[in-house]
Design a protein around this ligand. Structure first.
Ligand code: GDP
Ligand code: CA
Length: 331
Protein backbone atom coordinates (compact mmCIF):
# COMPACT_ATOMS: atom_id res chain seq x y z
CA UNK A 1 0.00 0.00 0.00
CA UNK A 2 1.40 3.43 -0.85
CA UNK A 3 2.01 5.52 2.22
CA UNK A 4 0.13 8.78 2.60
CA UNK A 5 3.36 10.74 2.66
CA UNK A 6 5.51 9.05 0.07
CA UNK A 7 9.20 9.34 0.90
CA UNK A 8 11.10 10.09 -2.27
CA UNK A 9 14.90 10.31 -2.55
CA UNK A 10 16.43 12.18 -5.49
CA UNK A 11 20.23 12.12 -6.14
CA UNK A 12 20.74 15.44 -7.93
CA UNK A 13 23.12 17.52 -10.01
CA UNK A 14 22.29 21.11 -10.91
CA UNK A 15 20.00 22.51 -13.58
CA UNK A 16 18.41 19.30 -14.90
CA UNK A 17 17.72 18.02 -11.41
CA UNK A 18 16.44 21.33 -10.06
CA UNK A 19 13.94 21.76 -12.88
CA UNK A 20 12.76 18.18 -12.58
CA UNK A 21 12.34 18.56 -8.81
CA UNK A 22 10.04 21.52 -9.39
CA UNK A 23 7.78 19.23 -11.46
CA UNK A 24 8.06 16.40 -8.93
CA UNK A 25 6.86 18.67 -6.10
CA UNK A 26 3.79 19.52 -8.21
CA UNK A 27 3.18 15.87 -9.16
CA UNK A 28 3.55 14.64 -5.56
CA UNK A 29 2.65 17.60 -3.33
CA UNK A 30 2.31 15.42 -0.21
CA UNK A 31 5.63 13.67 -0.65
CA UNK A 32 8.61 14.14 1.65
CA UNK A 33 11.44 14.67 -0.80
CA UNK A 34 15.09 14.27 0.20
CA UNK A 35 17.66 15.48 -2.31
CA UNK A 36 21.20 14.07 -2.24
CA UNK A 37 23.20 16.86 -3.84
CA UNK A 38 26.39 16.54 -5.88
CA UNK A 39 29.30 18.41 -4.29
CA UNK A 40 31.96 17.27 -6.76
CA UNK A 41 31.62 20.58 -8.64
CA UNK A 42 32.39 22.64 -5.52
CA UNK A 43 35.28 25.07 -5.75
CA UNK A 44 37.00 27.74 -3.66
CA UNK A 45 37.22 31.10 -5.44
CA UNK A 46 38.47 34.36 -3.90
CA UNK A 47 38.63 32.44 -0.62
CA UNK A 48 34.92 31.61 -0.81
CA UNK A 49 33.44 28.13 -0.91
CA UNK A 50 31.06 27.81 -3.86
CA UNK A 51 28.67 24.83 -4.22
CA UNK A 52 27.09 25.27 -7.67
CA UNK A 53 24.78 22.23 -7.68
CA UNK A 54 23.48 22.65 -4.12
CA UNK A 55 22.82 26.33 -4.85
CA UNK A 56 21.05 25.66 -8.16
CA UNK A 57 18.64 23.29 -6.39
CA UNK A 58 18.18 25.71 -3.47
CA UNK A 59 17.64 28.80 -5.63
CA UNK A 60 15.39 27.02 -8.16
CA UNK A 61 13.06 25.53 -5.55
CA UNK A 62 13.28 28.64 -3.35
CA UNK A 63 12.31 31.04 -6.15
CA UNK A 64 15.65 32.88 -6.42
CA UNK A 65 17.07 31.32 -9.59
CA UNK A 66 17.90 33.20 -12.79
CA UNK A 67 15.34 31.30 -14.87
CA UNK A 68 16.80 31.64 -18.37
CA UNK A 69 20.36 30.96 -17.25
CA UNK A 70 19.41 28.11 -14.93
CA UNK A 71 22.08 28.99 -12.34
CA UNK A 72 22.85 32.03 -10.19
CA UNK A 73 20.43 34.64 -8.90
CA UNK A 74 17.74 36.58 -10.74
CA UNK A 75 18.12 40.41 -10.85
CA UNK A 76 21.85 39.96 -10.36
CA UNK A 77 24.51 42.71 -10.37
CA UNK A 78 28.27 42.25 -10.81
CA UNK A 79 29.85 45.17 -8.95
CA UNK A 80 32.26 43.02 -6.94
CA UNK A 81 33.34 41.00 -9.98
CA UNK A 82 34.15 44.20 -11.87
CA UNK A 83 36.04 45.66 -8.91
CA UNK A 84 38.10 42.47 -8.58
CA UNK A 85 38.84 42.56 -12.31
CA UNK A 86 40.04 46.17 -11.92
CA UNK A 87 42.67 44.81 -9.51
CA UNK A 88 43.52 42.06 -11.98
CA UNK A 89 42.44 39.56 -9.33
CA UNK A 90 41.57 36.22 -10.92
CA UNK A 91 39.99 34.04 -11.96
CA UNK A 92 37.95 36.18 -14.33
CA UNK A 93 36.28 33.15 -15.97
CA UNK A 94 33.93 32.38 -13.09
CA UNK A 95 31.34 35.16 -12.82
CA UNK A 96 30.05 35.46 -9.27
CA UNK A 97 27.21 37.96 -8.90
CA UNK A 98 26.75 40.17 -5.88
CA UNK A 99 23.58 38.49 -4.61
CA UNK A 100 25.03 35.03 -5.14
CA UNK A 101 28.21 36.06 -3.30
CA UNK A 102 26.24 36.63 -0.10
CA UNK A 103 25.46 32.88 -0.07
CA UNK A 104 29.15 32.02 -0.46
CA UNK A 105 30.21 34.51 2.23
CA UNK A 106 27.75 33.03 4.73
CA UNK A 107 28.72 29.47 3.79
CA UNK A 108 32.46 30.18 4.10
CA UNK A 109 31.95 31.92 7.44
CA UNK A 110 29.99 28.96 8.87
CA UNK A 111 32.46 26.39 7.49
CA UNK A 112 35.27 28.46 9.03
CA UNK A 113 33.45 28.34 12.38
CA UNK A 114 33.62 24.55 12.15
CA UNK A 115 30.16 23.59 10.95
CA UNK A 116 30.02 20.72 8.43
CA UNK A 117 28.68 21.42 4.95
CA UNK A 118 25.46 19.53 5.77
CA UNK A 119 24.69 21.88 8.67
CA UNK A 120 25.67 24.92 6.59
CA UNK A 121 23.38 23.81 3.75
CA UNK A 122 20.50 23.37 6.18
CA UNK A 123 21.16 26.89 7.53
CA UNK A 124 21.13 28.40 4.02
CA UNK A 125 17.92 26.51 3.22
CA UNK A 126 16.19 28.12 6.21
CA UNK A 127 16.10 31.28 4.13
CA UNK A 128 15.08 29.66 0.84
CA UNK A 129 12.61 27.04 2.10
CA UNK A 130 13.07 24.82 -0.99
CA UNK A 131 10.35 22.38 0.13
CA UNK A 132 12.82 19.47 0.12
CA UNK A 133 15.49 18.29 2.55
CA UNK A 134 18.74 19.12 0.79
CA UNK A 135 21.63 16.88 1.89
CA UNK A 136 25.16 17.17 0.47
CA UNK A 137 26.29 13.72 -0.71
CA UNK A 138 29.23 14.04 1.71
CA UNK A 139 30.63 16.50 4.23
CA UNK A 140 34.09 15.57 3.05
CA UNK A 141 35.82 17.08 0.09
CA UNK A 142 35.31 15.22 -3.18
CA UNK A 143 36.42 17.07 -6.31
CA UNK A 144 35.68 16.11 -9.90
CA UNK A 145 38.74 16.50 -12.12
CA UNK A 146 38.85 16.03 -15.86
CA UNK A 147 41.98 14.69 -17.56
CA UNK A 148 42.41 16.59 -20.83
CA UNK A 149 44.94 17.09 -23.58
CA UNK A 150 47.03 19.95 -22.16
CA UNK A 151 45.93 23.02 -24.18
CA UNK A 152 49.19 24.84 -23.34
CA UNK A 153 51.41 21.98 -24.58
CA UNK A 154 52.86 21.88 -28.09
CA UNK A 155 50.36 20.49 -30.62
CA UNK A 156 50.67 16.74 -30.95
CA UNK A 157 52.77 16.37 -27.78
CA UNK A 158 49.95 14.33 -26.27
CA UNK A 159 50.68 15.80 -22.85
CA UNK A 160 47.77 15.45 -20.47
CA UNK A 161 46.69 17.55 -17.53
CA UNK A 162 43.97 17.22 -14.91
CA UNK A 163 41.79 20.28 -14.39
CA UNK A 164 39.01 21.00 -11.94
CA UNK A 165 35.60 20.28 -13.46
CA UNK A 166 34.70 23.99 -13.32
CA UNK A 167 37.83 24.88 -15.25
CA UNK A 168 36.97 22.28 -17.92
CA UNK A 169 33.36 23.42 -18.21
CA UNK A 170 33.35 27.15 -17.52
CA UNK A 171 36.81 28.28 -18.63
CA UNK A 172 37.51 25.74 -21.40
CA UNK A 173 33.84 25.31 -22.48
CA UNK A 174 34.37 21.52 -22.55
CA UNK A 175 36.38 21.97 -25.79
CA UNK A 176 39.47 19.84 -25.00
CA UNK A 177 38.89 16.10 -25.38
CA UNK A 178 38.19 14.57 -21.97
CA UNK A 179 40.22 11.37 -21.47
CA UNK A 180 38.99 10.41 -18.04
CA UNK A 181 37.06 11.70 -15.06
CA UNK A 182 38.48 11.42 -11.57
CA UNK A 183 36.49 11.82 -8.38
CA UNK A 184 39.37 13.06 -6.21
CA UNK A 185 38.89 12.13 -2.56
CA UNK A 186 35.82 9.98 -3.20
CA UNK A 187 37.32 6.69 -2.03
CA UNK A 188 37.94 8.11 1.45
CA UNK A 189 34.69 10.08 1.68
CA UNK A 190 31.71 9.02 3.75
CA UNK A 191 28.10 9.74 2.84
CA UNK A 192 26.82 12.90 4.55
CA UNK A 193 24.62 12.69 7.65
CA UNK A 194 21.16 11.42 6.78
CA UNK A 195 22.06 10.19 3.28
CA UNK A 196 22.05 6.44 3.91
CA UNK A 197 19.16 6.79 6.37
CA UNK A 198 17.06 8.59 3.73
CA UNK A 199 17.79 5.86 1.16
CA UNK A 200 16.94 3.13 3.68
CA UNK A 201 13.61 4.83 4.50
CA UNK A 202 12.70 5.68 0.90
CA UNK A 203 9.50 4.46 -0.75
CA UNK A 204 10.89 5.51 -4.09
CA UNK A 205 14.16 6.75 -5.58
CA UNK A 206 14.13 8.90 -8.71
CA UNK A 207 17.24 9.69 -10.74
CA UNK A 208 16.38 13.03 -12.39
CA UNK A 209 17.70 14.02 -15.82
CA UNK A 210 21.14 14.89 -14.43
CA UNK A 211 24.56 14.35 -15.88
CA UNK A 212 25.17 10.58 -15.52
CA UNK A 213 28.93 10.98 -15.09
CA UNK A 214 29.78 14.22 -13.29
CA UNK A 215 26.56 14.58 -11.27
CA UNK A 216 24.96 11.18 -10.56
CA UNK A 217 28.23 9.31 -11.22
CA UNK A 218 30.03 11.45 -8.65
CA UNK A 219 27.33 10.83 -6.03
CA UNK A 220 27.55 7.08 -6.74
CA UNK A 221 31.34 7.25 -6.29
CA UNK A 222 30.96 7.98 -2.57
CA UNK A 223 31.43 4.56 -0.94
CA UNK A 224 28.15 3.17 0.37
CA UNK A 225 25.74 5.22 -1.71
CA UNK A 226 25.57 2.96 -4.75
CA UNK A 227 25.32 -0.14 -2.56
CA UNK A 228 22.46 1.45 -0.58
CA UNK A 229 20.60 2.32 -3.79
CA UNK A 230 21.17 -1.16 -5.20
CA UNK A 231 19.95 -2.93 -2.09
CA UNK A 232 16.91 -0.78 -1.27
CA UNK A 233 13.63 -2.64 -1.79
CA UNK A 234 12.11 0.66 -3.03
CA UNK A 235 11.90 1.07 -6.79
CA UNK A 236 14.65 3.16 -8.41
CA UNK A 237 13.52 4.86 -11.60
CA UNK A 238 15.49 7.24 -13.80
CA UNK A 239 14.75 9.91 -16.38
CA UNK A 240 17.06 10.05 -19.39
CA UNK A 241 19.09 13.25 -19.72
CA UNK A 242 19.84 12.18 -23.30
CA UNK A 243 17.17 12.88 -25.90
CA UNK A 244 17.59 11.79 -29.53
CA UNK A 245 21.28 11.07 -29.06
CA UNK A 246 22.24 14.41 -27.49
CA UNK A 247 22.27 16.02 -24.09
CA UNK A 248 19.43 18.55 -23.87
CA UNK A 249 22.01 21.03 -22.58
CA UNK A 250 25.52 20.79 -21.21
CA UNK A 251 28.43 18.46 -21.98
CA UNK A 252 27.14 15.01 -21.01
CA UNK A 253 28.26 13.68 -24.43
CA UNK A 254 31.89 14.70 -23.72
CA UNK A 255 32.05 13.11 -20.29
CA UNK A 256 30.13 9.99 -21.37
CA UNK A 257 32.74 9.49 -24.10
CA UNK A 258 35.45 9.81 -21.43
CA UNK A 259 33.96 6.84 -19.56
CA UNK A 260 33.38 4.86 -22.76
CA UNK A 261 29.60 5.19 -22.89
CA UNK A 262 27.69 6.09 -26.05
CA UNK A 263 25.49 9.20 -25.88
CA UNK A 264 22.11 7.55 -26.11
CA UNK A 265 19.17 7.04 -23.77
CA UNK A 266 19.63 3.24 -23.85
CA UNK A 267 23.39 3.33 -23.25
CA UNK A 268 22.97 5.54 -20.17
CA UNK A 269 20.40 3.10 -18.73
CA UNK A 270 22.77 0.17 -19.32
CA UNK A 271 25.64 2.18 -17.81
CA UNK A 272 23.62 2.58 -14.58
CA UNK A 273 22.66 -1.07 -14.96
CA UNK A 274 19.81 -3.30 -13.76
CA UNK A 275 21.33 -3.70 -10.27
CA UNK A 276 20.67 0.00 -9.72
CA UNK A 277 17.71 0.76 -11.99
CA UNK A 278 14.26 -0.79 -11.89
CA UNK A 279 12.77 1.62 -14.41
CA UNK A 280 13.89 4.13 -17.04
CA UNK A 281 12.03 6.82 -18.96
CA UNK A 282 13.18 7.74 -22.45
CA UNK A 283 11.85 10.47 -24.71
CA UNK A 284 9.20 9.65 -27.32
CA UNK A 285 11.81 10.19 -30.00
CA UNK A 286 13.84 7.35 -28.43
CA UNK A 287 11.02 4.78 -28.48
CA UNK A 288 13.38 2.35 -30.25
CA UNK A 289 15.41 2.22 -27.01
CA UNK A 290 12.51 0.70 -25.03
CA UNK A 291 13.02 -2.97 -26.04
CA UNK A 292 16.80 -2.64 -25.65
CA UNK A 293 16.44 -1.36 -22.07
CA UNK A 294 13.73 -3.90 -21.19
CA UNK A 295 15.91 -6.69 -22.57
CA UNK A 296 18.44 -5.73 -19.87
CA UNK A 297 15.79 -6.21 -17.20
CA UNK A 298 14.87 -2.55 -16.69
CA UNK A 299 11.21 -1.51 -17.16
CA UNK A 300 11.10 1.24 -19.79
CA UNK A 301 8.58 3.67 -21.26
CA UNK A 302 8.81 6.40 -23.87
CA UNK A 303 7.12 9.70 -22.93
CA UNK A 304 7.82 13.37 -23.75
CA UNK A 305 10.94 14.30 -21.75
CA UNK A 306 11.53 17.96 -22.57
CA UNK A 307 11.06 20.23 -19.55
CA UNK A 308 9.54 23.06 -21.59
CA UNK A 309 7.57 24.43 -18.63
CA UNK A 310 6.50 23.32 -15.17
CA UNK A 311 3.32 21.65 -16.48
CA UNK A 312 5.30 19.47 -18.92
CA UNK A 313 7.84 18.73 -16.18
CA UNK A 314 5.10 17.71 -13.72
CA UNK A 315 3.71 15.34 -16.37
CA UNK A 316 7.19 13.81 -16.72
CA UNK A 317 7.41 13.37 -12.94
CA UNK A 318 3.98 11.69 -12.93
CA UNK A 319 5.22 9.28 -15.59
CA UNK A 320 8.19 8.43 -13.34
CA UNK A 321 5.85 7.77 -10.39
CA UNK A 322 3.62 5.58 -12.57
CA UNK A 323 6.57 3.63 -13.92
CA UNK A 324 7.78 3.03 -10.35
CA UNK A 325 4.40 1.47 -9.58
CA UNK A 326 4.80 -0.91 -12.53
CA UNK A 327 8.33 -2.12 -11.79
CA UNK A 328 7.31 -4.85 -9.37
CA UNK A 329 9.66 -3.44 -6.72
CA UNK A 330 7.89 -2.73 -3.43
CA UNK A 331 6.86 0.89 -3.01
P1 GDP B 1 24.28 20.56 -14.11
O1 GDP B 1 25.04 20.10 -12.90
O2 GDP B 1 23.80 21.99 -14.01
O3 GDP B 1 24.91 20.20 -15.40
O4 GDP B 1 22.91 19.79 -14.04
P2 GDP B 1 22.47 18.29 -14.03
O5 GDP B 1 23.61 17.36 -13.91
O6 GDP B 1 21.33 18.16 -13.08
O7 GDP B 1 21.76 18.20 -15.43
C1 GDP B 1 22.34 18.28 -16.65
C2 GDP B 1 21.61 17.29 -17.57
O8 GDP B 1 20.21 17.62 -17.65
C3 GDP B 1 22.16 17.37 -18.96
O9 GDP B 1 22.78 16.14 -19.27
C4 GDP B 1 20.93 17.63 -19.83
O10 GDP B 1 20.94 16.82 -20.97
C5 GDP B 1 19.76 17.30 -18.94
N1 GDP B 1 18.58 18.12 -19.24
C6 GDP B 1 18.47 19.47 -19.21
N2 GDP B 1 17.24 19.85 -19.60
C7 GDP B 1 16.54 18.71 -19.89
C8 GDP B 1 15.22 18.43 -20.37
O11 GDP B 1 14.40 19.32 -20.60
N3 GDP B 1 14.88 17.11 -20.55
C9 GDP B 1 15.75 16.08 -20.31
N4 GDP B 1 15.33 14.83 -20.51
N5 GDP B 1 17.01 16.32 -19.86
C10 GDP B 1 17.41 17.60 -19.66
CA1 CA C 1 26.90 20.43 -11.80
Amino acid sequence: MPREHLRIVVPAGGIGAARFLRGLLIAAPQAEVTVIGNTGDDITLFGLRVCPDLDTVMYTLGGGIHEEQGWGRRDETFVLRDELAAYGAGPAWFGLGDRDLATHVVRTQLLGAGYPLSAVTAALCRRWEPGVTLLPMSDERVETHVVIEDPSAAAGSGRRRAVHFQEYWVRLHAEPVAHSIVSVGAEDARPGPGVLEAIAAADLVVLPPSNPVVSIGTILSVPGIRAALESTPAPVVGVSPIVAGSPVRGMADKVLAAVGVETSAAAVALHYGPALLDGWLVDESDAAAVPVVEQAGIACRAVPLLMRDTAATATMARAALELAGRTGATA
